[in-house]
Design a protein. Sequence first.
Lengths: 142, 142
Amino acid sequence: MGLLILSKRLLKPEEIIGSIAVISLKKGLKFHLEERDKTVKNYIDLYLAKRYDQNEDEQYFYLGLENDQIEITHKNQLFYRLGITDQADYDRLMYDFSLEYLRLNPDHCISFYGETFFFLEDLEKIDADRGYFEDWCFTSLS
Amino acid sequence: MKWTEQHPSSIKQSIESSLSSANPGKAVEGKVGDFIQKQDLEIEAFGLKINNSTTNNLAGDIDIMTKSHIIEVKKSFKSIKEGQLDKFIDSNLDNYLNPMQKKPILYIDELLTAADKAKVLSQIPSNVKLINSLDELMKIIK
């Protein structure tokens, strides 16, 4: 659980799979679509992972892209929750993913637990100032 | 699946570390783990990562496992990923994580409204028990 992809308009999961494949290619992520029961149509599950250090475990998350999108409000702005991960334990992977995702989808927003919110300008600023740092995603900016 | 047995002292240490984590999701896991420990109940696994030995991908993690229950801990209803509980229920899944068939619980820390509760219940398998307070959790797992 943890990383939320938020969009100001309703989108179908198929509309952003392409950009996630591009991110994987650019950042060297392992990426695949999880096999699923054909009767389940509410979400698509993607697996993304990267081993940053050969002496450490692979960093990973499962990203569910949803058809039935719940509404989340931030600063009186309504967003639809287009995607959600199973956890937010690997903040380096989350950083690489979020920055590239927002560059490809600049009108979207990345949130963690619906508590911290990052828009493209926030992440570009972090990237220009110091780049990735531990627990970046739990430091409120917006 | 490749399971690693966790030593009790390592579980205790992981709980302490989670309690002070900047990651709000981890901190809630720590809070629940700490509460269970203080009731003198044994925790068999805490934040345990399970590897799929066939695909070599991480299949997922177990937040908390006791002798009788397997507990998925969520900070809020916003961070529930549809289908995430299936890994404890559906033995046909590649990432099935409940071979000992323990009773699954979804613990949500943030207080739910009746409407939120109904929405959550519609998204989780019927044999997963939804719990929304530590007192309620204690009554179930004791």
